[in-house]
Design a protein around this ligand. Structure first.
Ligand SMILES: [Mg+2]
Length: 408
């Protein structure tokens, strides 16, 4: 029915490696992987297309990458460089069309308006953006662009051709156009969700599209399922109901009464850290970023001692952990009875202003860590700062974020 396009989604190809190849001419002619540190035991964070041709990708152990791909070069990830390129990419895109949302460090969604909705014009716009990237950012900055009736389908279209792709999905091609895809090609369907879907006897996107709205609600556990049902049929739900609905959480907290043996300064910190890890996982699952943290300590005499701090929006567990340690030592409660940790003042992940803080790459890496851990099992990957914490805290860090509705 509708032959118009409403959204354009841009995904930079192998962004971290492309930035490095743009910066260092000597890296342009060999396969390249980006790593957290130069050690065979760590895992690749990203790989260039020529490294991907040898099977090297995110999550491959560095030692294995060397065997799979002789001559591969490694670069230690550089926050500042990628953030700088990110801003240049946004600027280049904005010289062609306004950016509606920054979905991650290398992905943006743009809403098409007026005559841009015309398919021929939308395609021309995509080509103009590609040219702007090459001319204003650099020849190594290629992107796969998807055009579709909503941001979810535009993102799925951007995944269909890599690198340097341009794919259009129109409402009139739905749902057949999606039949060729695998369940995990749907943003929001990670390994866990796939298992859940398959447990219902649904093994393909084609079968998923035969479910009715209430079956979809059942699968996703509520509103998200209804949303997915409509999005896959091309409805344009440009406002993320998930974030703006009445049940958007404004804070997430956990508390714990200490057993008598732990009613001391040291153990109460360990418990507070454990609570924070749980809260931070829920924060990321809700796709929120927090701007405040509260530590509440109740003592045997019935008094409440609390400390609340504010910061730029973050999901970064290691940052929160440092701040928690500070306020815990400032409160210095010697005989704690009950501990509570709450994160608050949320903003949706896809609305945060990158320019407000410069830790974006770290957030991206946390997401990579989360998804590696959910793919290969808990505790596969740790960031340096978490190392101490892992050995001192009784509960393992269980990242279980399903790579989600980034963009919708
Ligand atoms: Mg990308």
């Amino acid at each position: 029915m509708s032959h118009q396009a409403h959204w354009l989604y841009l995904d930079l190809n192998s962004f971290f490696s492309s930035c490095e190849q743009q910066e260092n001419p000597e890296l342009r002619h060999s396969p390249l992987a980006i790593v957290p540190m130069l050690a065979d035991s760590t895992f690749c964070i990203a790989a260039s297309y020529s490294a991907k041709a040898f099977g090297v990708k995110t999550g491959v152990r560095v030692g294995d990458a060397k065997k799979m791909c002789p001559g591969i070069k490694f670069m230690v990830a550089r926050h500042d460089v990628y953030v700088r390129y990110h801003h240049r990419v946004i600027e280049a895109v904005e010289s062609c069309v306004p950016v509606h949302s920054v979905c991650s460090i290398d992905e943006v969604a743009c809403e098409l308006t007026g005559s841009q909705k015309d398919l021929t014009k939308a395609r021309a716009l995509a080509l103009k953006i590609k040219l702007a990237l090459r001319e204003q950012v650099g020849a190594y900055m290629t992107a796969s662009i998807g055009i579709g009736p909503n941001a979810l389908l535009a993102k799925m279209a951007s995944d269909m051709q890599k690198p340097d792709g341009l794919t259009v999905i129109t409402a009139s091609e739905l749902p057949q156009r999606l039949h060729e895809l695998k369940l995990q090609d749907i943003p929001g369907v990670g390994r866990k969700m796939e298992v859940r879907i398959q447990a219902q006897g649904v093994h393909s996107v084609e079968a998923l599209l035969k479910l009715n709205e209430s079956q979809m609600r059942g699968l996703w556990g509520g509103i998200l399922g209804a949303r997915m049902y409509r999005l896959l049929r091309g409805e344009d739900l440009s406002t993320p109901a998930y974030f703006h609905g009445s049940n958007t959480p404004q804070s997430i907290g956990h508390e714990h009464v200490l057993p008598p043996v732990q009613r001391n300064l040291n153990d109460s910190l360990g418990v507070a850290q454990r609570l924070l890890v749980k809260v931070a996982v829920r924060l990321r699952q809700a796709r929120m970023m927090a701007r405040s943290m509260k530590l509440l300590i109740k003592t045997l005499d019935g008094l409440n001692h609390e400390r609340r701090i504010s910061f730029d929006e973050t999901q970064d567990t290691s940052f929160l952990m440092r701040e928690l340690k500070k306020i815990h030592s400032e409160l210095a409660i010697k005989k704690p009875l009950k501990i509570g940790v709450t994160l608050g003042n949320f903003i949706p992940e896809n609305e945060h202003q990158l320019s407000l803080f410069n830790d974006e790459k770290k957030n991206k890496i946390f997401q990579v860590v989360d998804s590696l851990n959910s793919k290969y099992g808990r505790d596969t990957v740790y960031l340096g700062a978490q190392h101490d914490f892992r050995t001192s805290a009784p509960t393992r860090i269980a990242f279980s974020r399903i790579p989600g509705l980034d963009e919708v």
